[in-house]
Design a protein around this ligand. Structure first.
Ligand code: ZN
Length: 463
């Protein structure tokens, strides 16, 4: 006789406001969420259904707003060790200033940086993290493995991408030759990373992606071959696109066309592709993204920090382009948080486009469902609905920062960064009362500082 299935344990959250971010933007002023195992069993108004069995925990959410966990769609964890540098540079000058330091990273540094980046995001309500790692110095160890280990230990749902650069300065690219790989080495390592780590199953905690860095650091051959590899393996494609005016000039000079046309010519538009930034897009570019289902990782703070410009997100949303939010690397967004990007996105677009450009519910959608869409996981995460994975956040809104704002979504988006009372990832508590449960923040801070200093010493030639 087969053993009886192990009982599914339930966690019940009640008495909180709920913004489900489902297709109808359903909200409850006072509702309940029942989590069974790693999935959401029910969401609705009032108290949880009576007679539930195997309830291991009841959470009183009075004074709180429950939302889907935030989904980050663009990041570079290793930059946690090089924050606050090249403070007054545009993208190209900032990159040129930082490449020599980045070319000295190793596995221990990347592990410490990943822990810092992940802890900062998760403490602020991120339940799905993404990383775009594209610096692979020879002999530096297993850098991708280090960040995957960090995410697994912290219990975070993760979409790492194997990045690459093969167009060094001698081939007309921006990075110095010592910072790039050969085309073949990049492709082989990317294929190996997919074979080793990618889990395509429903509820997966790790989905790999393929992510050559940008048009000005990657050969046309690597772009084409990367797209073919990703499609052969059934994984998603990611890169930086249309970030600055300088990139547009670079593409026109080298390829005789703008970045979006160049991407289309290399097989890089499609519903399995999402790109970071997309700041300098004309109407035809936006139409091409909408027509092909290509997604956008919008990074308002990073774009502001580097003076890159304002992406036309309201126009993209009207056209039907999937848009999520990204922290971007913390060398260009030192805060390292995603929940503050909800507010920054709204403010940036109202500055550019007036008071109707983006509302608080659209901002919350960008950071949740929009992110799930661009990562190709909208069937699993991004909204609070029965059958989806239990990635959710309980934001405290009855404290000093928010108690006088009646609309909880407005409090979350427009108010001060809201404290996280509880964050569940895959049904497991990862943050309680603002503190990480799965790692020690003070240890992470200490180790990251030591590794940042070691990197600075080595880069200065003293290590
Ligand atoms: Zn980036």
């Amino acid at each position: 006789m087969a053993a009886p299935p192990s009982p599914v344990t339930r966690v019940v959250v009640e008495n909180c406001a709920i913004a489900t971010v489902d297709a109808n933007d359903t909200e409850y002023a006072r509702g309940h969420i029942v989590v069974a195992g790693n999935t959401i069993e029910s969401v609705g108004p009032g108290a949880a259904p009576a007679g539930l069995t195997d309830v291991v925990r009841r959470v009183d959410g009075t004074g709180h707003l429950a939302t889907p966990g935030l989904v980050n769609t663009h990041h570079h964890f290793y930059q946690w060790l090089t924050r606050g540098l090249a403070q007054n540079s545009n993208l190209f000058d900032w990159l040129v200033a930082l490449y020599p330091t980045w070319a000295r990273i190793d596995e221990t540094m990347v592990y410490a940086a990943a822990r810092g980046s992940l802890a900062m995001m998760v403490r602020g309500g991120v339940t799905t993290a993404m990383d775009h790692h594209y610096v692979f110095p020879r002999g530096a160890g297993d850098l991708l493995g280090a960040e995957i280990r960090a995410a697994r230990e912290m219990g975070v749902r993760f979409s790492p991408t194997r990045g690459s650069m093969d167009r060094g300065a001698s081939a007309g690219g921006l990075p110095p030759d010592f910072a790039v790989e050969t085309t073949q080495a990049a492709l082989s390592a990317t294929e190996e990373a997919i074979d080793t780590h990618h889990d395509p199953s429903f509820g997966s905690m790790l989905r790999m992606g393929v992510a050559p860095c940008s048009p000005f650091s990657v050969s046309t051959e690597l772009l084409r071959e990367s797209a073919a590899l990703a499609r052969r393996k059934g994984v998603r494609l990611h890169t930086h696109g249309s970030e600055t005016v300088e990139e547009e000039h670079f593409c026109k000079e080298l390829f005789g066309m703008g970045p979006t046309d160049y991407f289309e010519s290399t097989g890089w538009l499609g519903e399995d592709v999402w790109m970071a930034h997309c700041v300098h897009m004309n109407d035809a570019d936006i139409e091409a993204f909408a027509r092909t289902g290509t997604g956008v990782a919008h990074c308002p703070s990073s774009n502001a920090r580097l003076g890159a410009g304002t992406a036309r997100v309201p126009g993209m949303l009207r056209a039907g382009v999937p848009v999520g939010l990204g922290v971007d690397g913390t060398a260009s967004n030192e805060s390292g948080e995603l929940h503050t990007e909800l507010r920054n996105a709204l403010l940036v677009h109202r500055l550019a486009g007036g008071e109707a450009a983006l509302d608080v519910r659209q901002a919350l959608r960008l950071g949740t469902y929009g992110g799930a869409q661009v990562l190709g996981r909208a069937q699993e995460i991004g909204s609070l609905e029965a059958g989806k994975l239990a990635d959710l956040v309980l934001w405290r809104l009855d404290g000093l920062g928010h108690s006088t704002i009646a609309d909880p979504v407005a409090a979350l988006v427009l108010g001060a960064p809201a404290p996280v009372t509880l964050c569940l990832i895959n049904g497991e508590p990862v943050v309680e009362d603002g503190r990480l449960l799965t790692a020690d923040e003070d240890t992470i801070a200490r180790e990251a500082r030591a590794e940042a200093r070691r990197l600075a010493r080595i880069a200065a030639g003293a290590g």
